[in-house]
Design a protein around this ligand. Structure first.
Ligand SMILES: Nc1ncnc2c1ncn2[C@@H]1O[C@H](COP(=O)(O)OP(=O)(O)OP(=O)(O)O)[C@@H](O)[C@H]1O
Length: 285
């Protein structure tokens, strides 16, 4: 079953166009959503949550159209934004009491279980929570109302490596029994190497690729070699950079001819992002 099915979503702002965005997330998995600044990740996330009006396209969550079942589906969705700063002088307990009546499946036992697990103290003011604690508080709220789809916008940004690792472990634990699915955007691609099952890569408002992580990476090879070798492969490269000794460039695995004896390696997500973005930027000029 699909937890999330985004079909041909478009949204035009004065200087930005989200163009026919489509991708799917299977129930019980984690999808990492990557792309450079201004790629359109937050706009896509806001579209999913119905926080902005779409020009065209459809969002289906757990098989139901978000437009037609928004009230019901909002019970199933939990969201967190890395830079949340709401009701800063309010205590955790007070904010929870404001939020919980909106959720018919709210469970106090689950809420207290997660407060304990995440070491959150109800007497603290929101402003006294660290960035990581704020994300954990959002997660505790989402899980207490039985959210099955977590949509998280840069939840790990601003966290130190230990706190990040801890949060990634929590994400893996949450999807373990196959009921909860997570979509999270990030610039920290190493987080995704650790914890994502699927990767969706967006650039300039378009989806460049969305696939299972190993398949996503395997579709590319990173080539390096001399300037003479560059001439052999230049036409097939997605983009490349030259240096004193020669070049490094990215190629689609299907276009790579190993008989040319050019050194090749499996790229990491960051390299894929950099070289694919470079190509798109060149083409868009
Ligand atoms: N309400 C709005 N009105 C006009 N333009 C907007 C609005 N919201 C976002 N944009 C523009 O849409 C583009 C995409 O922004 P978005 O926040 O979706 O990118 P992002 O991929 O989340 O970037 P980042 O990684 O920096 O958070 C940007 O150029 C931004 O200025």
């Amino acid at each position: 079953m699909l937890a999330l099915d985004i079909r041909n979503v478009s949204k035009k702002y004065e200087h930005f166009h989200l163009k026919n965005v489509s991708f799917q997330l299977e129930k019980g998995y984690i999808m990492g959503f990557i792309g450079s600044n201004g790629a359109g990740k937050t706009t896509t996330i806001k579209s999913i949550l119905n926080l902005i009006r779409l020009d065209s396209g459809e969002i289906h969550i757990m098989g139901k159209n978000m437009d037609q079942h928004e009230v019901e589906l909002k019970q199933e969705i939990g969201s967190a934004f890395g830079d949340i700063n709401f009701y800063t002088r309010t205590k955790v307990r007070t904010l929870t009491n404001v939020i919980k009546p909106f959720y018919k499946n709210w469970d106090d036992d689950t809420y207290h279980k997660y407060l304990k697990k995440f070491n959150l103290i109800e007497d603290k003011k929101i402003s006294e929570l660290s960035t990581g604690m704020k994300v954990k508080y959002s997660l505790a709220l989402a899980l207490s109302h039985g959210a099955k789809l977590l949509i998280l916008d840069e939840p790990t940004s601003g966290l130190d490596p230990v706190a990040r690792d801890n949060l990634l472990d929590i994400f893996r634990e949450l999807v373990q029994d196959g009921e909860i699915s997570i979509l999270f955007s990030t610039h920290i691609t190493s987080d995704l190497e650790k914890c994502a099952d699927f990767i969706t890569f967006m650039h300039n408002g378009k989806i460049i690729n969305s696939a299972e992580k190993e398949e996503f990476v395997d579709a590319y090879r990173l080539l390096s070699g001399t300037k003479e070798q560059l001439n052999l492969v230049k036409e097939q490269l997605i983009s490349y950079k030259t240096n004193l000794f020669g070049f490094t460039g990215l190629i689609h695995t299907k276009d790579f001819d190993s008989s040319q004896n050019v050194k090749s390696a499996i790229p990491n997500l960051e390299e894929i992002m950099i070289y694919c973005s470079k190509k798109e930027d060149t083409q868009d000029v």
